[in-house]
Design a protein around this ligand. Structure first.
Ligand code: PLP
Length: 432
């Protein structure tokens, strides 16, 4: 049985939960792993994924990471095998690897409607974000002010804290109860010393989409470079950088069905650039031998995301709506977080009255339902999500909040099975 001791140790109801699990384990496994959620019911998902990894879990945590799409894996395999050359090498083996990288760069550029020379491959979005900051700050060393928001991913917040410790002033823009940014406050916080505005496109915990077109217009008007963390937006909503004037944009492979450990930074052709890692690769913009197989996978994933977007967006929104509508109908005391009219189609952030999210996660895990409380990095921690705190949620509300995020391989039957599990677990926790 899967258990997370770190989570459980914090629970006052720990012993009761354990006793309950022990007693009911047999029944749960019969109903959850047996006929109710057996392979027959999952055959659609198995077919969609062409993979057996789905047999034992209902994966509702696509914002944490996505599985590698089988087609992405297939595109990568030759580069993990016979096409192992270094893309900088002169001979044919190296040139074929370089061709793979070039094609991937074009595919990523096409997903963003950018040009391929504006794409730099990195190891992850965290590196992309750090590179964007460095580029903007090195270009204007006299400017010592940064603007971001209170609900950013830790990749940005940690970086801002680092720059604060180096004497920079950082404005953390607040959000309202629905996670919305105030454009007026953004405008007012810009000073002649502002070197960079860095904001999320879409929030990883709530799915709330910031009004990036308006943010970009303000940045252009004030002459301040803008970086967007588009990690959660890419592949889920349309992105067109021909009509959105940003200087930098970060994205990550493992949120669009490519492997972990590959990311990209879009740098507008007129934006300043300073490498974080120096070396000859990536046209001297990012040192380090190219991770060819992952880059090829990322490119393929970008191509698939572009092709599937118009079908996937309404499909996911319909599944999410089915999930939320049924849950709200069948359970009282459930509250949706975030601006419902401006959010990702795949994300539901829900607060359940009178439950402890960590206990729920523990019971869900035992039934094979994967979701998270706040962001993935917070799962082991009892610190309430900074996003929910910024949205004015009290400690109790933040600790009663779960994030469900669906994706390409989610099917209707899984939504219904997840609902069944959630209903059972929440009802039991409320009875305790
Ligand atoms: N930004 C957001 C919004 C994210 O959700 C994540 C990952 O969870 C990151 C940045 C960091 O991405 P990476 O894991 O590629 O460094």
């Amino acid at each position: 049985m899967k258990k997370n001791a770190a989570i459980v140790s914090h629970e006052s109801s720990q012993n009761t939960l354990l006793a309950m699990q022990d007693k009911e384990r047999g029944a749960q496994h019969r109903s959850v792993y047996g006929h109710t959620r057996g392979r027959e019911h999952r055959s659609d998902a198995v077919l969609r994924a062409s993979s057996s990894i789905w047999a034992d879990s209902i994966y509702f945590d696509y914002n944490a990471t996505t599985p590698i799409d089988p087609a992405v894996r297939a595109a990568m395999l030759p580069f993990l095998d016979q096409e192992f050359g270094n893309s900088s090498s002169f001979y044919a083996l190296g040139r074929r690897a370089a061709t793979g990288v070039t094609k991937a760069r074009e595919q990523v550029a096409q997903l963003l409607n950018a040009t391929s020379s504006e794409i730099i491959f990195t190891s992850c979005a965290t590196e992309s974000i750090a590179t964007a900051f460095l580029s903007a700050l090195e270009a204007a060393p006299e400017k010592r002010h940064l603007i971001t928001s209170t609900v950013e991913h830790s990749a940005t917040l940690e970086l801002c804290r680092h720059y604060e410790s180096r004497g920079y002033e950082v404005t953390y823009l607040p959000v309202d109860r629905d996670g919305n940014l105030s454009l007026e406050q953004l405008k007012q916080s810009i000073t002649p010393s502002t070197a960079l505005i860095s904001l999320l496109w879409a929030n990883n915990e709530t799915g709330v989409i910031f009004p990036v077109e308006k943010v970009a217009a303000i940045a252009v008007e004030q002459g301040v470079p803008l970086h967007l963390d588009a990690v959660q937006a890419v592949g889920k909503i349309p992105i067109d950088l021909q009509s959105l004037p940003v200087s930098y944009l970060s994205l990550s492979g493992h949120k669009i069905y490519a492997p972990k450990g590959i990311g990209a930074l879009y740098v507008h052709r007129h934006a300043s650039y300073t490498p974080l890692l120096r070396g000859s690769q990536e046209r001297e913009r990012r040192g380090g031998t190219e991770n060819v197989a992952s880059i090829v996978g990322f490119g393929h994933a970008a191509m698939m995301a572009r092709e599937k977007l118009s079908c996937e967006l309404p499909r996911l929104a319909a599944l999410r709506d089915r999930f939320e509508t049924n849950l709200l109908q069948q359970l009282s005391g459930v509250h949706r977080n975030g601006n419902l009219s401006s959010r990702l189609p795949n994300t539901s952030s829900l607060t359940f009255d009178d439950i402890d999210a960590a206990s729920a996660l523990f019971l869900f895990d035992d039934k094979g339902l994967c979701c998270s409380a706040g962001s993935a990095c917070n799962t082991q921690s009892r610190t309430p999500s900074h996003v929910l705190s910024a949205m004015g949620r009290c400690l109790e509300e933040a600790r009663a909040t779960l994030r469900f995020s669906i994706g390409r391989f989610t099917i209707e039957a899984e939504v219904d099975q997840a609902l069944e599990i959630i209903l059972g677990v929440v009802t039991k926790l409320r009875q305790l």
